[in-house]
Design a protein around this ligand. Structure first.
Ligand SMILES: Nc1ncnc2c1ncn2[C@@H]1O[C@H](COP(=O)(O)OP(=O)(O)OP(=O)(O)O)[C@@H](O)[C@H]1O
Length: 305
């Protein structure tokens, strides 16, 4: 279990982290989301010992993360760190050696990971000859090549084409199946929603929401119901208790129900107008949940540890 516990960090007057906490269980994929400048990279750099927290701690299996543990963490930094003139295969083998693999295993793992991330034909090329997207794949392979116990990846999907996204997603899911906890930051919320068991949303240095996407949905203020009643006169739902009309267009109505409002009462009112051809809860997307969470006042609305 990876535990980020109460991280506080200021750069001068800028209070960047104000007590950031979350946990990532073995085999869990945790999507770390937040606006630009929210503090995601700073949190990851502290976990990797590249920046010091003013307070708080990062633990792996109950003990503070030290250099020995960090050698078992696969890390992909935001500022990519490859050697431009080194060939792809040598580069990957080098990273594997840095993480403690012997020369033979490192060479084999370099070839395997290169192939898996679609770099098979480029293994003999210097990194500087590769496109930016392919350099990104090399950086990912560098994080994965030592078969780490934990993965911490800063924006691993940015700059990848759809095939690259798919091969990375598959590689990360594979790691989760091996029991590896995976944390990655991303602004691609559709991907986070698709891949992650748990999500954390950071805003202005505080976690404003953590939990599964389903938990975040359940805690969202006001749930939306779409009702299509083609014969209904405009305004049919206005005045129903606990109901706000979000939009209404020729019998197609989206309603927001406060917690405790009775959806069956809405159904009765709709049926009273004539035919009802659609009546279903509309699930907010992670993008909508994110917008709500980051625009809310600074009170945390975390729904799960
Ligand atoms: N070394 C540093 N010195 C001074 N300020 C810093 C340093 N590193 C980060 N910051 C500041 O900390 C804040 C958080 O930055 P950070 O890079 O952690 O955010 P982020 O959530 O990763 O953003 P993005 O999504 O844009 O990558 C920003 O205001 C940034 O300017």
């Amino acid at each position: 279990m990876l535990e980020i516990d109460g991280l506080v960090k200021a750069y001068g007057e800028n209070q960047v982290l104000k007590g950031v906490s979350f946990t990532v269980a073995p085999g869990q994929m945790f999507g770390f989301c937040g606006s630009n400048g929210a503090g995601k990279t700073t949190t990851m750099r502290i976990a990797m010992g590249l920046a010091r927290a003013d307070a708080g701690e990062v633990r792996w299996n109950g003990a503070p993360v030290d250099e020995a543990v960090r050698r078992r963490i696969g890390y992909m930094p935001e500022e990519r760190g490859l050697y431009p003139k080194m060939k792809v295969r040598e580069q990957l083998a080098y990273f594997a050696r840095l993480h403690g693999m012997d020369a033979g295993s490192a060479g084999r793992a370099a070839g395997e990971w290169g192939e898996r991330l679609g770099l098979g034909e480029r293994l003999g090329d210097p990194v500087e000859k590769l496109s930016l997207g392919n350099q990104q794949r090399v950086q990912l392979a560098a994080a994965l090549v030592s078969e780490p116990d934990v993965l911490i990846l800063d924006e691993p999907f940015s700059g990848l084409d759809p095939v690259g996204v798919d091969s990375l997603a598959e590689a990360l899911l594979d790691q989760c199946r091996r029991g590896v906890p995976v944390v990655f930051s991303s602004h691609q919320l559709d991907l986070v929603e698709r891949l992650c068991d748990a999500v954390g949303i950071l805003a202005r240095g505080s976690m404003v929401a953590t939990g599964t996407v389903a938990e975040l949905r359940a805690s969202a203020h006001g749930r939306q119901l779409r009702v299509v009643a083609p014969d209904a006169a405009a305004g049919w739902a206005a005045g129903l208790p606990g109901v706000r009309v979000v939009s209404e267009s020729r019998g197609d109505t989206v309603l927001e129900l406060q917690h405790g409002a009775d959806d069956q009462q809405v159904l009765h009112a709709a049926v009273a107008t004539g035919r009802v051809t659609h009546f279903a809860w509309r699930e907010p997307t992670l993008v909508e949940l994110f917008r709500d969470a980051v625009s809310a006042p600074a009170t945390p609305v975390a729904v799960a540890a």
